[in-house]
Design a protein around this ligand. Structure first.
Ligand code: ATP
Ligand code: LTN
Length: 335
């Protein structure tokens, strides 16, 4: 039987964080043999907020190399740059014309990100972001989409849009499911544990980046916000969010249960907890960084992967797009 498909992506909009790793990348690596996988670097999504062209170019390549360094095997999975496959932009337009504005205005990511800008200068791309994301997923007929908790609403949107298309034009798209990890689906900012850790947040002690040196990781974690309870246990209380976040990172990296972790730290202080997290994070990042540096120094390696990835992705995407064009009533280009 053919394998089911998986598709996911990360925006090259900054330095990848341990949140991106624990919420998304790590799951992708774990699923690469179970599914037929497509992982893209979503550069068209990144430009929904202003990007410096040189930085976008550099980050796109950096993210691609980090996919491989984190453990994705480019022979077994398809790694590609979203803008290299023009079907994404085209399907996005077709779906835009079927998307009710009300659905877009309801998206919490749009509300959050647009609130941070001057009302008149909010780009229309930020509003249409979920439709482009739906196009990414639906082009590959993906069954499962491994993402962090913050993407739940966008997945519901994608499912609604796919159902809408199917009922208007006939069964065309697979209805995808979100695949959200048990531990690490929502890592919080170290400096503000009530806000999601995010790569586009620029304050110095907010996020651990995958390419941070061991000394920087240590400095950031030792400064992480905690509380004055002095008790190491998992908790959903807002005023214990900092300690809960450190425990969550520890859990996502060790795979231990809540009970095991609480027993391990019983009677110990926050300093001990922080040191233990520093050790786990650095142990995980070390091999990833070694591979990253090796890949970046190997001339032509990344280009080869991205060329091969775009070719494989395009073949699948064009086939779906062709069906969509026919169903919607576009005249086929005469040969
Ligand atoms: P930006 O700040 O530019 O919006 P981001 O850091 O939120 O970026 P995205 O590129 O939007 O990252 O997300 C890539 C993937 O990483 C998604 O699957 C998302 O759910 C996941 N992710 C992002 N931040 C976290 C986090 N703090 N905890 C868990 N998963 C996360
Ligand atoms: N919106 C996603 C990034 C993204 C994505 C996708 C994730 C763009 N296209 C397709 C899964 C599938 C985010 O994480 N902010």
């Amino acid at each position: 039987m053919a394998k089911q498909r998986v598709l996911s992506g990360i925006q090259p909009s900054g330095n990848l964080t341990i949140g991106n790793y624990l919420g998304a990348l790590r799951q992708w690596v774990a699923e690469q043999d179970t599914y037929e996988c497509y992982f893209c670097i979503v550069d068209l999504h990144a430009i929904t907020l202003p990007q410096d062209p040189a930085a976008l170019r550099a980050k796109t390549r950096e993210v691609a190399a980090l996919y491989v360094a984190a453990g994705l095997d480019p022979e077994r999975v398809t790694i590609f740059v979203q803008s290299h496959v023009s079907a994404h932009a085209e399907l996005s337009w077709l779906l835009t014309c079927l998307t009710p504005l009300g659905w877009l205005y309801r998206m919490t990511q749009f509300k959050d990100k647009s609130a941070k800008q001057q009302q008149e200068s909010v780009g229309a791309g930020l509003l249409n972001y979920p439709t482009l994301m739906a196009a990414d997923i639906l082009l590959y007929q993906a069954h499962a989409v491994p993402v962090g908790d913050d993407q739940r609403q966008h997945l519901e949107f994608t499912r609604d849009l796919a159902q809408r298309f199917n009922s208007m034009f006939g069964e065309t798209f697979v209805i995808p499911q979100a695949m959200i990890p048990k531990a690490g689906a929502r890592i919080m900012g170290l400096d503000n544990p009530t806000a999601k850790m995010s790569k586009s947040e620029t304050s110095d002690y907010h996020a651990i980046y995958l390419l941070d040196t061991p000394a920087v990781v240590k400095k950031k974690l030792m400064r992480a916000v905690t509380d004055s309870y002095g008790e190491i246990r998992f908790s959903s209380d807002e005023d214990r969010a900092g300690v809960n976040n450190l425990l969550t990172i520890y859990q996502a990296l060790t795979g231990q249960t809540n009970d095991e972790i609480e027993a391990h730290f019983a009677g110990r202080g926050y300093g001990d907890l922080k040191k233990a997290v520093v050790e786990q994070v650095n142990d995980r990042l070390q091999p990833l960084q070694d591979t990253y540096n090796r890949l970046m120094n190997e001339a032509g390696y990344l280009d080869r992967i991205l060329a091969q990835g775009a070719e494989r992705a395009e073949a699948v995407a064009e086939k779906t797009l062709q069906t969509v064009r026919e169903r919607m009533g576009f005249v086929a280009r005469p040969v």
